[in-house]
Each structure stands twice: as C-alpha cells, then as structure tokens.
Design a protein around this ligand. Structure first.
Ligand code: GLN
Length: 535
C-alpha cells in the first residue's frame, strides 16, 4: 500500500465511552486483513507522562518495552494487536510544550513569536506523523478527552489540518453516547447531534460515527442520526454493551466497520477476515463452566482501572486454562493477621499487587504469610515480590523489623533497598528502572518451567531491589533467587520450591500478556490455583 492512512478517533458527550477499546478493535480488524497497523494516544493533560499520576487520577500506568510510562490505553492496543508500543505511541500536552519550549530556547524559531497556532499544532502534527517512518499502512490516533474540552482544542485543530492535507488518506471516527431516558422510554440522539455539531464548528466532519449504547438501536434511529450528522447510514456503527471487551472487534466487524473505512480511503475491502484465533479465544472464554477464584490484594482495589493489566492477564490466563475467572478484590488496608483467614480462605490463588509507599503494606504481609503457611498459590508482582521477601525475613529468618527502605529507612534489616543508581536521583518523573530488561532463569526453577526457556525479557517499573547481601541466608532457609539480570545481577524472580506455587517477580509480567499470547507466568499461576482447588 502506497501512502500511510491516518485514522483519528475522537469522543463526545461524556468520557469513559471506551474510545481506546474502539480504536484497538478497529486496529485489530485492519490487522486481520493483513495491514500493518499501529495505534497512538494523545493525552491533553500537562503532565509530561502519566508516570507521576496516582491511580486515582488516571488508572494504571502502563509501561512500554522502551521504558515509557504510558496511558493504560496502550495496554489495550498491545493486548488487541499483539505488537509492542513505544514512547512515540503516547504523547501528552506536557511533552508537546516541553519540546516546543526547548526549541524556543535553542533559538530554532528564529525570532518568531511562538504560538499555539502554528507552533504547538505543528509539533502535534509532527508527533501524529512520527510513526510513519515505520511504514505502517494505518496509523490510528486516539485523541484523549472529550470534544468541547479547552485542552483538546489544539489537537482537534491539528486533526482538521491533517484532514485537509491528507484528503482521502484520512478518516475521522467519532464516538458518542446515546442515553436512554427511562421515564420517556426513549433513546436520545440529541447529545450526538450536539457533539457532531461541535466537531463541525471546529472544521471536522466525522466520516464514521460509533454510538455507544446499552441496547441495540433501531434502523429509524440510525437513519435519523445519519441525516442530522451528514454521515452515511452504513457509517453509523453501534457499540452496544457486551460481556467482554474482546467481543467488541467482532461486534464492529458484523456491522462492516473496516469495510466502510477501507472504502473511504479508496480500497476495495474484499471478504471479511475469519479472525479464527480471536474467535477461538472468545469461544473458550464463553464455553468455560468451571470457575477459578483469585484474590487480588492491593490498596487501589476500589478503582476499576488501577490494576487493568493484571486483571486482563488473569482473565487471559483463566481462559487458556478453560476456566472462568472470579476475581475477588481485597483492600490491603482492611486485612490483618486476625481476619486474613476469614477473608482469603476461599481463594484458589492469591496475587499481591504492585504499588508505592507504606499504606496497606501490613495487609499484604498478612496475606502473604497466610498463603505461605497454608500453601496457597501466591504471585507477588513488583512491590508484591518485595513484600514476599520482607515477610520471609521477619517470620522465617527471625529478622524483626526487616523492611524495604522505601517504607522504613531506619530498618535494622534492609532486605529491600534503593538501587545504587537511584541514590542520586532527585526528579520523580521518568527516573525509575523502566522498560524491558533481560532475566536469566535457573533451569531447575518453577519459573523456568512456566516459561520453558532460560532467557526472558520483561518490563520494569521500580526504584528498590532485593538486597543481595542477604541472598545466602534466604536461599539456605528456602526462598531461592531463581532469576536475575545477567548484566547487573539484580534479583528478578524469587520462589519457594517447597511450596506449590509461590513466585515473586521484580518485573511486571502483566504488561506482556495479550489475547493471542498470554504471559506464561500468569498461565502457570492460574493453573496452579486450579490444581490447588481440585485438591
Ligand atoms: N515501590 C516499589 C519500588 O519502587 C515497587 C514498585 C512497583 O510495585 N511497581 O521499587
């Protein structure tokens, strides 16, 4: 295919419409037809990246292979498309301004007044096109926020310009919300009309509309929306609530979304692809009758998106084990030694979540002790792994007050300590050990058995590490360090061979689990949980 085609996905009426899922689904449908596709997200906030945001603000922080702290939508893109994203796939207003200001300081603007238009919009456009050097057939750009937000204006102006410059090689997809007014027993199209009007005022005519609705809308409704929004009837899609987000591509395929889009860019669509692997996955998910109960222990469990990648990895792993996942959420601040048995006794497996800071640590330690003493499969991720080490030090090695220096800088036993190269770090943003690093696994370990290979590469996001000074004492007492980084010797994986499945990883395997390629450690953990339940 000659020119790269650009697809812009915007949203109106309300946020949380699932723009990321629609963008990922559209990407999947094009990929299934053999096109080389990537998806990027533009976030209109001023933070340079979401790494400094806490999960209350923006849900999980996703990490790319090249060490970028990214919006969680990139997780959806990767899980759907099964290809890695990079720093170039997620750009914020903060990054745009940072770059423009750096150029201004260097004198690149040759004495000109630096303005939102054209300098900020040019920088946005440069970023929108940045991935084209990789010869993608389609670059899908999701614009964060909602049409009408002040922050979104420079992005929408950039989209308008791109559309003008690219002509047929550019398609705008707009998502809106169709509310149901129970008292009138009616679906309402007015918010959609207003939102499209707002886009039109900014000079953008959407080519395809996606109406988010709870139930299927009738043909008259679609006709009306098409007429009032200047969009062909065949280009009005419906995104109806479905039991799993993984059904969204199939739902949109049924409505011919990719075919409509291809025609708009001048390509004859041909037959619809089978999506065999994808359908098989959904079939296994829906056919499963038995349930595995996994307990997730963390301090952000009340937030829907705080552990997004972990939730999805567990779901994928349960599906590949032909089980339904029943995920039980346990707030780590509400667990203690006196109530832990009551809370966790029905769990087939327990996952200890990542995190930062001391809040909720004691609950994690109680949960780990319970899992260790009752031999319940237990998976510690990042801080979860560090807590496994702390619990073992205190309760098995007798090191009273052992801790991570993150929680207690005066601890007598610094079993988890700041990494050497972190000691001089002052800035918080983008300064952790981030991205993919190699990990060499011991051949006689459970972790090796799960991966089926010695050398793995997984993503990281941490400042603290297992303190190697204590390694021998841990190993002698039954906690082995079975994975380490070949260059630095940093401990990556710990496990207790005497137990059924008790593994902690300093890295985050959840960032590397997709629908067609589930992470082996998650699959192995869920399998152990199922075996445990059967006993
Ligand atoms: N707070 C810990 C550290 O910085 C763990 C981080 C995490 O769980 N992602 O090392």
């Amino acid at each position: 295919m000659a020119d790269t085609k650009y697809i812009f996905v915007t949203g109106g009426v309300v946020s949380s419409l699932g723009k990321g899922i629609v963008a990922a689904s559209l990407g999947k449908l094009l990929q299934a037809r053999g096109y080389h596709v990537t998806i990027q997200k533009f976030d209109p906030y001023i933070n340079v990246d979401p790494g400094t945001l806490n999960p209350y603000e923006h849900g999980e922080c996703y990490v790319t292979v090249d060490g970028h702290e990214a919006d969680l939508d990139l997780g959806h893109y990767e899980r759907f498309l099964n290809i890695p994203t990079t720093k170039a796939n997620n750009v914020t207003t903060g990054r745009i301004y940072q770059s423009v200001i750096e150029k201004e300081r260097r004198g690149d603007y040759l004495g000109k007044t630096v303005q939102v238009i054209p300098h900020i919009t040019d920088e946005i456009k440069r970023n929108m096109k940045a991935l084209s050097k990789n010869n993608f057939d389609f670059i899908i750009s999701e614009i964060g926020g909602t049409v009408g937000d002040i922050e979104s204006l420079p992005y929408l102006e950039s989209v308008r310009q791109m559309k003008w410059e690219l002509g047929r090689n550019c398609v705008c997809v707009h998502l809106t919300y169709v509310p149901y007014i129970a008292a009138a027993k009616e679906y309402k199209s007015k918010p959609t009309q207003h939102s499209v009007k707002q886009l039109q005022e900014l000079g953008i005519q959407p080519d395809i509309l996606v109406l988010r609705t709870e139930h299927l809308l009738n043909r008259d409704f679609i006709r009306k929306v098409a007429l009032f929004c200047n969009v062909g009837e065949d280009a009005v899609m419906q995104s109806v609530d479905v039991p799993t987000i993984y059904e969204v591509p199939l739902m949109l395929q049924k409505q011919g979304m990719a075919s409509v889009l291809l025609r708009k860019v001048g390509i004859e669509p041909g037959p619809q692809p089978e999506m065999k692997k994808w359908r098989e996955f959904i079939k296994r998910m829906t056919d499963a009758t038995e349930t595995v109960h996994i307990g997730l222990v963390g301090k952000y469990v009340e937030l829907q998106d705080a552990y997004k990648s972990i939730d999805e990895s567990l779901l994928q792993a349960a599906t590949y084990n032909d089980h339904r996942l029943d995920l039980h959420l346990f707030h780590s601040e509400k667990i203690d030694d006196s109530n832990v048995a009551g809370q966790l006794s029905g769990m087939d497996g327990i996952l200890i979540a990542p995190g930062f800071g001391p809040r909720g640590i004691d609950g994690k330690l109680s949960a780990i002790r319970y899992a260790r003493e009752h031999d319940i499969p237990c998976f510690g991720v990042c801080l979860g792994m560090q807590c496994m080490v702390i619990e073992f030090a205190r309760n098995v090695l007798g090191m009273g007050g052992a801790n991570s220096t993150e929680m207690d800088s005066g601890t007598p036993y610094k079993v988890i300590d700041l990494m050497e190269d972190q000691k001089s770090v002052i800035n918080m943003g983008g300064t952790m050990r981030l991205g993919a690093y190699d990990c060499l696994l011991k051949k006689d370990s459970q972790a090796y058995a799960a991966y089926g290979k010695e050398l793995v590469s997984e993503r990281h996001r941490h400042r603290f590490e297992f303190n190697n000074e204590y390694r021998e004492r841990f190993e002698a007492a039954g906690m082995r360090c079975v994975g380490e980084n070949p260059e630095s010797g940093l401990v990556e994986v710990i496990e207790m061979p005497a137990l059924k499945w008790f593994i902690g990883t300093q890295y985050h395997p959840e960032y590397n689990s997709t629908v067609v390629n589930p992470n082996p450690l998650f699959v192995s953990f869920v399998k152990a949980a199922i075996d445990n339940k059967k006993k």
